[in-house]
Design a binder for this molecule. Structure first.
Ligand SMILES: [Zn+2]
Length: 73
């Protein structure tokens, strides 16, 4: 696991709204604020795994997102 040197580390505790699985996501508060101010999440939080980004943005883990996509009838 790569350790990042965050200026203002912030940890989000997020439970997937579909399966309820608990995840912790640590990132830099400055980057979160850039995102909230309209930057693309994949640009300002590009060090996060795409699973973590999905959870931050949608509140749904990648497993459940994949289920949703593949089971969409
Ligand atoms: Zn889930």
């Amino acid at each position: 696991m790569v350790r990042w040197n965050f200026k203002h580390p912030v940890t989000f505790n997020i439970d997937c709204k579909v399966c309820g699985r608990h995840r912790q996501i640590t990132c830099d508060l400055d980057d979160v604020e850039s995102w909230k101010n309209g930057a693309f999440v994949k640009d300002c939080l590009n060090y996060l795994h795409s699973d973590q980004v999905e959870l931050l943005v949608t509140g749904t883990c990648s497993d459940c997102l994949n289920d949703t996509l593949t089971n969409d009838h």
